[in-house]
Design a protein around this ligand. Structure first.
Ligand code: ATP
Ligand code: MG
Length: 587
């Protein structure tokens, strides 16, 4: 069902950072003049994010406002960050860790994590953030394929998850622990930081030097290690400004953990490059806490994920009433398809819609977005960002690629060459080459584009359901199910069927106050039939307490299918489990 357009006012349009005229005139070369650069053509993310601000008028501006789990608070100004990162860079060099060495991060969202990431970039090392909730095996596997030289972690995480196998990882030269007494064979952050000579300036990295290696979410299979270079900072700068409305002093909250690409690209680099003040919350998702942060910290721009939005919706209207958010002026979402219900809920509760953005670990930065000046079509991901050429491709009978017309479903592809494009999959050269064809990067996601250039998500190519000659995208089915007031979350998969090829089966998690019953199942199925027609509506609906999700909050449809068919579950290293709830934020 098409929802009504949400129109932006003239005042909204005028206040937006990206006008239609800016869009038309955009070139990456012109945008690059906004970066400082190093002498002789060098480029270093840490210089653009920290030092250039610390050397200017922004020295005393708060860069990171940290909110501890138990009520502690700490502000780090751009000047503080410049000093601390210079110390950490000095520490790394002092211990013989040279540019190009691989640093891994494994810690909760504490200020030192952010200092370590930026300090390592300053020193020319490559940085790989891991999610602190990973178990020993996923950590080990990632550090092995990434040939880790140094690990920054906490004493407890080290003892629980690393100490047992550390001796078997030959590449690992040093472990730095952020807190407490350093276990045997580890360096103490506080002792080392106090003793060391700070590094002067930044390592003279080149734009094409690898800066970050991120692992994908593992939604569709074994996580891939994705290589990104310092040049990516240009895309972080531009998209932060144009898609997220970031700018000097703007109070901004990205709810993602740096263990995922969103938490690094937009929870660290992009806000700092744009001179914003970013909120970092150490704690996990909690309805009251999150709404308090939005209100009490005067958040102006909020970047979160559909899974968090659905949890807030599920908490009911009472939970969100009684607070006001006078400074809030832009809300955006990423990581999963954003249901129209979520967009409309934002409009109702906060007086503004969520702005969907689409991108992947591989793209490094936002590629498609609803920007502040654009009217919102609930359910659409928005238009291609300036400087990004997005296409919808299908294969002809002879296997060659062609562009689809408006309304036709095809694979979302991006013209290769944008600054934050991935430069490799760690140890998987053939897979990397396969992702490019005819000058396009092929995303693996299926979409349609309408006549005005808005992209509509259909589903991941892997999740597409083929039933009685119809191609069915799970998103369409899930959107219809979620319209029912009892349904909090839904997932649709295809199950093999002798006559139809596949039939649609859906799983739904209910809102508080509803209990599973045959009657409710019939009612939800009836609504789906009305919305989707009998060919597309699910044949079966199962009630489930909660859907299996990655730790970054993405529904793992492949797992539902494997469980249903009794097949092996494949890589579950990123699966959210009871004792380590999802971070509720994105990709
Ligand atoms: P893996 O590649 O390991 O299976 P993943 O694709 O979930 O995991 P990420 O790179 O974290 O890993 O996520 C990118 C994917 O998330 C996209 O390809 C898309 O399927 C989904 N996604 C991100 N943003 C959106 C959005 N706005 N709408 C729909 N889907 C989105
Ligand atoms: Mg992927």
């Amino acid at each position: 069902m098409q929802h009504e357009l949400i129109r932006k006012s003239e005042a909204n349009r005028r206040a937006a950072q990206l006008s239609e005229a800016d869009r038309a005139a955009f070139t990456w070369d012109a945008a690059a003049t906004a970066l400082d650069g190093l002498s002789e053509g060098g480029l270093n993310i840490a210089h653009e994010a920290v030092d250039r601000h610390a050397q200017g008028a922004a020295r005393d501006r708060v860069a990171i406002r940290w909110l501890g789990r138990d009520g502690a608070r700490r502000d780090l100004t751009y000047g503080d960050l410049a000093q601390e990162t210079a110390r950490f860079a000095g520490l790394l060099h002092h211990h013989g860790l040279q540019p190009g060495a691989h640093l891994f991060l494994l810690a909760g969202r504490v200020p030192e994590l952010y200092v370590a990431a930026l300090g390592a970039l300053k020193a020319g090392l490559t940085v790989t953030p891991l999610f602190a909730a990973f178990g020993p095996e996923p950590i080990r596997m990632r550090m092995e394929i990434g040939a880790a030289d140094v690990l920054v972690t906490t004493a407890a995480l080290y003892q629980r998850k690393v100490a047992d196998w550390r001796g078997e990882l030959a590449s690992l030269k040093a472990v730095i622990v952020l807190d407490g007494e350093a276990p045997d064979g580890c360096l103490s952050w506080s002792e080392e930081m106090a003793a060391v000579e700070p590094m002067e300036g930044c390592s003279p990295s080149r734009p094409d030097d690898v800066a970050l290696i991120h692992f994908t979410s593992g939604t569709t299979g074994r996580p891939k290690g994705v290589l990104h270079v310092h040049q990516a900072v240009l895309a972080h700068a531009v998209t932060g400004r144009y898609a997220l409305e970031l700018g000097p002093g703007i109070i901004y909250w990205c709810t993602a953990d740096p263990g995922w690409v969103t938490g690094t690209s937009y929870g660290l680099i992009s806000p700092l490059v744009n001179g914003a003040t970013m909120i970092v919350d150490e704690a996990e998702f909690d309805t009251g806490r999150w709404l308090d942060i939005l209100a009490d910290e005067s958040v102006e721009v909020w970047y979160t994920a559909p899974t968090a939005i659905r949890r807030l919706m599920r908490a009911g209207p009472e939970a969100v009433e009684g607070r006001s958010y006078p400074r809030l002026r832009h809300m955006a979402s990423v990581g999963e398809p954003l249901n129209p219900e979520g967009v409309l809920w934002g409009q109702k509760v906060f007086g503004m819609p969520f702005h969907d953005t689409w991108w992947q670990t591989e793209t490094g930065a936002i590629m498609i977005a609803n920007t502040a000046a654009m009217d919102i079509r609930p359910g659409a991901m928005g238009r291609a960002m300036p400087g990004v050429e997005a296409g919808v491709l299908a294969r002809d009978a002879d296997g060659s690629l062609r562009e689809c017309g408006p309304g036709q479903t095809g694979e979302l592809a991006l013209r290769a060459g944008w600054p934050s494009m991935m430069r490799g999959y760690l140890g998987e050269e053939a897979r990397y080459r396969k992702a490019f064809e005819d000058g396009w990067y092929l995303s693996g996601d299926l979409v349609t584009r309408d006549a005005d250039g808005y992209f509509w998500f259909v589903g991941r190519a892997d999740d597409l359901i083929k039933s009685a000659g119809h191609l069915i995208g799970p998103f369409e089915v899930e959107n219809a199910l979620i319209e029912h007031p009892a349904v909090a979350e839904a997932a649709a998969i295809g199950l093999p069927d002798e006559t139809a090829g596949e039939i649609v089966r859906a799983y739904v998690a209910l809102n508080p106050g509803y209990t599973p019953s045959q009657e409710l199942e019939r009612e939800i199925r009836g609504l789906a039939r009305k919305r989707l027609g009998p060919a597309v509506a699910p044949r079966e609906i199962a009630f489930i307490a909660s859907l299996p999700k990655t730790r970054s909050g993405k529904i793992m449809r492949r797992l539902l299918k494997a469980r249903e068919l009794g097949l092996p579950e494949g890589d579950t290293s990123t699966l959210e489990t009871e004792d380590t709830p999802a971070r509720s934020a994105t990709p």
